[in-house]
Structure formats: C-alpha cells, structure tokens
Design a protein around this ligand. Structure first.
Ligand code: PMP
Length: 357
C-alpha cells in the first residue's frame, strides 16, 4: 500500500496497529471459529471486551466512579437531541455557546425541547474565535459547549467553572489531551476522529443526571436505560467499538492522553509556525484559540489554490481541502497522524513559496 499522509477531518486516520488487530478479529474473534461480526453481543467473549473498553476509557480519561461510560449509536448528532431530552425540563432553559456549525446544530435541536439562551457567539467573525466574556446562569438546566470546532479550527483551551451541569461536544478532540472529567455533566463524541471509525458515539455521563428533565423519554434516547444495560440495551455495534478499543490500546502505548497531548501540540505548533512564517499563507483562526486538531489556512492569492492542491496530491497528501464555510485548506492533525506527515506538508508549503518567490 502506498504511504498516504491523511489529514482528513473525519472519518480520519487511525493507527495501523488498531486496523490490523481489527482485521484479525474480523477473521476470527478470540479463537471462537467465528468472526467478530458473527458472534452474539451477549457472548461472554464480547461482554468481556466491552467491559475492557469501558475500563480503558475510564483509565485514560481518569473518569470518576460516579460517571457511566456508554458506547451508543446515532453519531454526535443524536446527542444534540438526547442531551435536551434528558436534561432540559419542560419549563427550563438551556444555555449554549455558539462557536460553529456543530454548535448551531446542537442549538437547533435543543430548541425543539424548550427555551435556549445563547450566551455567546462568534458568528460575527465567521466563527474564527471562541467567545469568552459570558457568564453561565445558575438557574439554567445545563450549559453546552463544543470543545473543538472541526470546521473553523478553533478550540477551547480552558473550560469555565460551571455552576450548572456542563455538557461538552468533544467529537473532534476527545483523547487528544487530558481533561478534568469531574468538571462536566456529560461529555460526548462521535468516534470517527481520534477514537475509531464512524458507528459508535462515546458518552460519559454523571449518574446523578439520569432522568433530570422529568420527561418521558423513548428507551433508545434515555441515558439511564443504556447505562443500566451496559450499552447493550439493543444490539451494539461491535465492530466500531472493537476498533475504538484497539485505538485506545494504541493510545495507552503512546503514553496515554498526556503523552499524545505533547505530540499533538508539537505537530500543530510547527504547522502554525510555517503558516505564520511563510509569506504565501495566512491562518484563519484567532491565534489564542487555534485548534491543535484542525488547522485552517488560506493562500493569500487564492487563484493558486488548485496548484497547491496539485502539489499536495503529488506528495501523497490527502484530505487538506478546506471546508466550504472557510475555504482554503484544513489540515487535521489527529492523534494517529505521524509527525512525519506534518513535516511533508510543511515541506511542500516551503517549496511552493520558493517557486513563487
Ligand atoms: N460535533 C462535531 C464537533 C463534529 O466535528 C461532528 C462531525 N464531524 C459532529 C458533531 C457530528 O457528528 P456525527 O457525524 O457523528 O453525527
């Protein structure tokens, strides 16, 4: 297989070791004479794996004992409605910060359930920064934020101390850095960036939040039911969970979230340095809010975009076309992206500048 530098925003690059282990499990799972996808999710062999995956999430993120760890389906987008369904009471208010496309979608879904107060928004500058001067109302049912804005390349470097349960969409930076889970009521993340393939969604929820909204909730959207059934209320997606588990085993071998955070920072900072130093490019996100996961930048002369894309392709760089809401380029530097790939990208940026000097 040719070596490709995969900067895709998600589904994204995964460790080869995790993919290889999952191929093995697809061939045969735990000497059962059957493939992973042919066995019952109620088998002892699967239950053991599921438990090990939950334990590993708990270990890597230091999740306190009074939180449940769930592997659900429906993507992060389903969480946009599950959160208000479970937390927003009939006459209550939910507080959101609007930091990008995904936050907007989360707000839209919450509005189906009740009152939503938008505490801060960066829409005035095309979501190029993280709003900070807001205070969280103590009488709202919960506060919702997005830790990393995949499309606009901004990231919350710190989280506020919230007087009410803080809910965070960490889809694009979960497991990329340590977080203090005890600050949050709910953390959720679609798997398909740092954790695994699409098909499962990780939810970490403080148990005291079960049934908080007082609403009648359909079983599949009720966190309590999933927790009581160890994420196996219905047939769970064994393959995405397995590949996520193998990815997390790889992460542990790389020094866990502490170890990978250092590497992620180094990768991102060297690319931002090139963007700042290179006369042809400019970054789009406010410097203090720059994401260490999704790095958005433009060519000052956008008539050269196609030529730069061609140069990238020739260097086996894949997935750097920017999202249409920002334009230009987006290099996603998730956990599994080797530092070498960043060096290759920096190399072609330098070459491009030399050629056009
Ligand atoms: N939130 C964020 C921050 C995302 O980046 C994405 C998808 N890229 C989503 C939510 C939606 O996730 P899903 O496709 O799993 O529903």
């Amino acid at each position: 297989m040719k070596e490709v530098h995969n900067f895709s925003a998600g589904p994204a690059i995964l460790p080869q070791q995790a993919i290889d282990a999952s191929i093995e499990a697809l061939r045969e799972f735990k000497n059962m004479g059957l493939s992973l996808v042919e066995i019952s999710h109620r088998s002892a062999q699967w239950e053991e794996t599921m438990q090990a995956a939950v334990n590993l999430v708990r270990e890597l993120l230091k999740v306190p004992d009074d939180y449940s760890i769930l592997f659900l389906q429906g993507g992060a987008s389903t969480q946009f409605c599950m959160v208000p369904y479970n937390l927003l009471s009939e006459n209550g208010t939910a507080a959101y910060v609007k930091t990008g496309t995904w936050a907007k979608k989360a707000i839209k879904e919450a509005q189906l359930f009740g009152n939503v107060q938008v505490l801060g928004s960066s829409e005035d500058k095309n979501f190029s920064y993280i709003p900070k001067d807001f205070s969280i109302p103590g009488d709202a049912d919960y506060f919702h934020c997005t830790s990393n804005n995949t499309i606009f390349g901004t990231q919350m470097k710190e989280f506020p101390d919230s007087p009410i349960p803080m809910v965070c969409d960490m889809s694009s930076d979960i497991f990329s850095r340590p977080v203090d889970v005890s600050k949050f009521g709910i953390i959720y993340a679609g798997a398909q960036k740092n954790m695994g393939p699409a098909g499962t969604t990780l939810v970490i929820i403080k148990n005291e939040l079960f049934g908080k909204s007082g609403r009648k909730i359909p079983s599949m959207l009720d966190y309590k039911i999933h927790a009581e059934n160890d994420s196996m209320f219905n047939t769970c997606p064994v393959f995405p969970i397995y590949l996520s588990f193998e990815t997390l085993k790889w992460l542990k071998g790389e020094g866990g979230v502490e170890g990978i955070a250092e590497r992620n920072k180094r990768k991102a900072e060297k690319l931002y340095k090139e963007i700042d130093d290179n006369p042809m490019f400019v970054g789009t996100a406010a410097k203090e809010d720059r994401s260490y996961m999704n790095i958005c930048f433009l060519l000052k002369d956008d008539s050269l975009n196609n030529e730069f894309m061609k140069a990238a392709k020739e260097a086996n760089i894949s997935g750097i076309k920017g999202h249409r809401s920002v334009g230009g380029f987006r290099a996603s530097t998730y956990n599994a992206l080797p530092e070498k790939s960043v060096d290759v990208l920096i190399g072609i940026m330098k070459e491009f500048a030399n050629k056009h000097a």
